[in-house]
Design a protein around this ligand. Structure first.
Ligand SMILES: [Zn+2]
Length: 217
């Protein structure tokens, strides 16, 4: 599958020690749970690996949630989740597959997505087809460029906030908008009566997105 983001997925290299720790972890019941007694001997390696995974995916996502584009810059563990796109609880073998990982906010990961599988087109074959973006009803965090489907415009000035998502007319854009309830994040507290201009240029954005998509062929 194509990889539109940087650094490239193929740039993520597991060291021999990390590879061995992962293989060992996968032989246990909960390979992601580095605090488990059975993972004691590889605990430190897994902790460092998970930090490396998070840094890598934060870079690919420009420090934004892969589903709602919330800014995660500077956020710690209480803000940022290492997201398993296909849930690791249901498909253990994908726990440390770098293309199945990303970074998400707690709202998208813990409140909305959780262990749900309804976004998969064919969950029966996902172990073998997880690297096919067509298997996912939402915008895949690694195989698709979010901004080509949905443009998020947001700005804040002191107490005022403006957040708007503009969808391209594409099934994945609509599905992502609904599945992650992006409407609930939209807000405009700027008082237009005071002469403050909001970037209400949705049709312009749509036209530009359509041009970008067609330029990609
Ligand atoms: Zn989010």
């Amino acid at each position: 599958m194509t990889d539109p983001l940087l650094p490239a997925l193929t740039d993520f290299i597991f060291t021999a020690e990390e590879e061995a720790a992962v293989q060992f972890a996968l032989s246990t019941e909960k390979p992601w749970k580095h605090d488990a007694v059975e993972l004691e001997e590889v605990k430190e390696t897994l902790i460092e690996l998970k930090k490396k995974i998070r840094a890598f995916h934060l870079q690919r996502q420009n420090s934004k949630c892969c589903y709602c584009r919330m800014n995660l810059h500077g956020g710690g563990n209480f803000i940022i989740d290492r997201e398993h796109i296909v849930p690791k609880e249901k498909f253990k073998a994908l726990t440390y597959v770098i293309s199945n990982l990303s970074v998400a906010c707690k709202r998208c990961n813990m409140e909305l997505k959780k262990g749900d599988l309804s976004f998969l087109v064919d969950r029966g074959s996902i172990l073998h087809t997880h690297s096919n973006a067509d298997q996912y009803r939402f915008i895949h965090p690694n195989y698709e460029k979010y901004s080509l489907f949905i443009e998020k415009i947001s700005y804040e000035v002191n107490d005022e906030t403006y957040v708007k998502y503009t969808k391209l007319d594409h099934p994945k854009a609509h599905y992502t908008y609904t599945y992650f309830d992006l409407r609930a994040l939209e807000v405009n507290t700027f008082d237009n009566g005071q002469g403050i201009t909001t970037p209400d240029n949705a049709s312009t954005v749509r036209e530009r997105l359509a041009e970008e998509i067609s330029a990609l062929g």
